[in-house]
Design a protein around this ligand. Structure first.
Ligand SMILES: Cc1ncc(C[n+]2csc(CCOP(=O)(O)OP(=O)(O)O)c2C)c(N)n1
Length: 577
């Protein structure tokens, strides 16, 4: 017979068996029993400075490794503070398990101190959620939570545990099997559809691969590389899929969508076959749906049946794990190569010429100036230092788009950003989670001066744990992305977007016990970034960039993807009379 242990200890036993080595959290009244056990437990608890950042850090851990990230908060305000991170993880299909404390079972429903209906609140923020009111249920629930978070389409799972369960004594019963009758994961894909897909790909004259975060989630990067080579097709990867195909792969075009490249969008628009792999036809990619890839047949592979046909009805729907399905399509194409067809081969060559031509015509430009630091210059310098291998956690705004355009990633799980929710305040805590998960890696947190100010308290976490994160603030003095929209679509009536009174970065960093520096001249940029990277500890680099720069190309909201605005409006020449 196993020894009697508390619910709190049992919880940690379950987490340890799930391979958890690190929990990002913040304590409180009802989680005291858990924190008492954590006091001398081998699982590391990382004390963040706000629960929202516990969820973002757990995401950073999960996004950079593929393992389930874990965060923890107390009842009431602790739990409600987690919600943005939960929705963020849900939108981007990131596996995290959130543990929250709940008031004692006998007090539920009495408006007890720090009582909130965490189960109800988190229902729409999670892939699945639980309220545990009996100790006997705890091991089963925790192991299920990890299974649900990581399997199929990954996502956040919340487990709310009452204080009496954490305090109760019981025996750990090993969970040997997970039975979830209503939860089915289809992995293999339909054999007939896979054959049809391979055939369509071989017959296509203008194929375009549209690959997304699903490739990263499935660990299918090498299968994707093999696929694009066998299919001889150009490929775009979405904001969530950057790194799924190495940026230096000859078939890689770039990112499509609202701030995607000319070649990526023109390629999508003109394709006769779109091979959509682990993507969800996000509106930021498709633009005006009626004009999205109007000439293309569509093959759509996704593990989540709800995604198939949600936005665009595919000609070949395949529900399955994109790694397994690509493996099978690749096998099919290897074993049954396309019969020689001169007309099709000539059309393919012409298509490649066209796509490469678009790329050369309108490349994504690392624009530079002699007098100011251009945001694009900043990103190209980070790209130079990263060599496609550093982890880059980005916040949300213009800097995120320039980073996505200009920093190249040669592997998946290096580019961490809040894609679906677009949540400011994500970048710095995500970098913290990633640095814990991958201590060997160079980690940049690229943030705007707006989003940075949402995360300042986490500088204390960075100091406390000596994390050598390189925080790069792209400081344009504005909520830049909102300013851009006001400039372009609201007659330049700049309303509530100016960020004056930014703190002295050097003093701010010093106040938290590390090195900081501000720069504003283009010739200071490369040496300052090099110094930051060489420095063994954390570094805060405040880079003052051109204030009024806008991100291009841009597909205006509601526009078709082939109707990109490629640059700032040119001044109209006034005719002389
Ligand atoms: C939590 C949250 N609030 C508001 C927004 C809306 N929003 C999107 S981008 C942006 C501006 C971001 O400014 P900054 O962090 O300075 O970055 P920049 O755009 O200048 O690079 C805002 C306010 C958001 N995405 N998230």
């Amino acid at each position: 017979m196993s020894t009697l242990i508390s619910g709190a200890k049992m919880l940690l036993e379950c987490l340890a068996r799930e391979g958890v080595d690190c929990i990002f959290g913040y304590p409180g009244g009802v989680t005291l029993p858990l924190y008492d056990v954590l006091y001398d437990h081998h699982i590391r608890h990382v004390l963040v400075r706000h629960e929202e950042n516990a969820a973002f850090a757990a995401e950073g851990y999960a996004r950079s490794t593929g393992k389930v990230g874990v965060c923890c908060a107390t009842s009431g305000p602790g739990a409600t503070n987690l919600t943005t991170g939960l929705v963020d993880a849900l939108m981007d299909s990131i596996p995290i398990v959130a543990i929250t404390g709940q008031v004692p079972t006998r007090l539920i429903g009495t408006d007890a101190f720090q009582e909130a209906d965490t189960f109800g609140i988190s229902r729409s923020c999670t892939k699945h959620n639980y309220l545990v009111k009996k100790l006997d249920d705890l091991p089963q629930v925790i192991h299920e939570a990890f299974y649900v978070a990581a399997s199929g389409r990954p996502g956040p799972v919340l487990v709310d545990i009452t204080k009496d369960v954490l305090q109760a004594q019981g025996h750990y019963q090993h969970v040997t099997a997970i039975h979830l009758p209503g939860y089915k994961v289809f992995t293999e894909g339909h054999t007939g559809q896979i054959r049809r897909a391979a055939q369509l790909i071989q017959e296509s004259e203008r194929p375009m691969v549209y690959a997304g975060g699903g490739i990263v989630a499935a660990g299918a990067a090498s299968d994707l590389a093999e696929f694009v080579e066998l299919a001889d097709a150009p490929a775009v990867t979405t904001l969530m899929g950057l790194g799924a195909l190495p940026a230096n792969h000859p078939n890689f075009i770039s990112m499509p969508g609202m701030h995607g490249s000319f070649a990526a969008n023109m390629g999508m628009y003109n394709a006769d076959l779109l091979i959509a792999l682990g993507v969800r036809f996000d509106d930021r990619v498709t633009g005006r749906l009626a004009a999205f890839a109007p000439h293309a047949k569509v093959i759509h592979v996704d593990i989540d049946p709800a995604e198939i046909g949600k936005i665009r009805t595919p000609d070949v729907p395949i529900v399955g794990d994109v790694k397994r399905v690509l493996g099978r399509i690749n096998k099919q194409m290897r074993e049954h190569p396309a019969p020689a067809d001169d007309k099709r081969s000539a059309a393919r060559r012409a298509w490649w010429r066209q796509v490469r031509g678009w790329k050369e015509e309108h490349p994504l430009q690392p624009i530079k100036s002699d007098t100011e630091i251009k945001p694009q210059h900043l990103m190209s310098e980070i790209d130079r230092l990263s060599q496609g291998r550093a982890i880059v956690a980005s916040d949300v705004g213009q800097h995120q788009m320039w980073a996505a355009q200009l920093i190249r990633f040669h592997e998946p799980r290096l580019w961490l950003n809040s894609g679906g929710l677009g949540s400011m305040g994500f970048g710095l805590p995500a970098a913290i989670g990633a640095q814990f998960a991958r201590p060997d890696k160079l980690v940049f947190a690229i943030v705007g001066d707006g989003g940075f100010q949402m995360s300042v308290p986490e500088l204390a976490t960075i100091t406390a744990y000596g994390l050598p994160i390189k925080i790069v603030i792209m400081n344009n003095g504005y909520l830049g992305m909102v300013r851009q929209w006001q400039e372009l679509f609201y007659n330049n009536r700049l309303s509530a977007v100016e960020l004056n009174s930014f703190p002295d970065a050097e003093k701010l960093a010093a106040a938290y016990g590390f090195v900081g520096k501000s720069i504003e001249k283009p010739w200071e940029l490369a040496p300052a970034l090099e110094e930051a990277v060489k420095h063994p500890g954390p570094y805060l680099l405040n880079v003052k960039v051109t204030p009024n720069e806008s991100v291009y190309p841009m597909v205006p909201a509601g526009g078709a993807i082939n109707e990109m605005v490629l640059g700032p409006p040119q001044p109209v020449a006034v005719p002389t009379t």
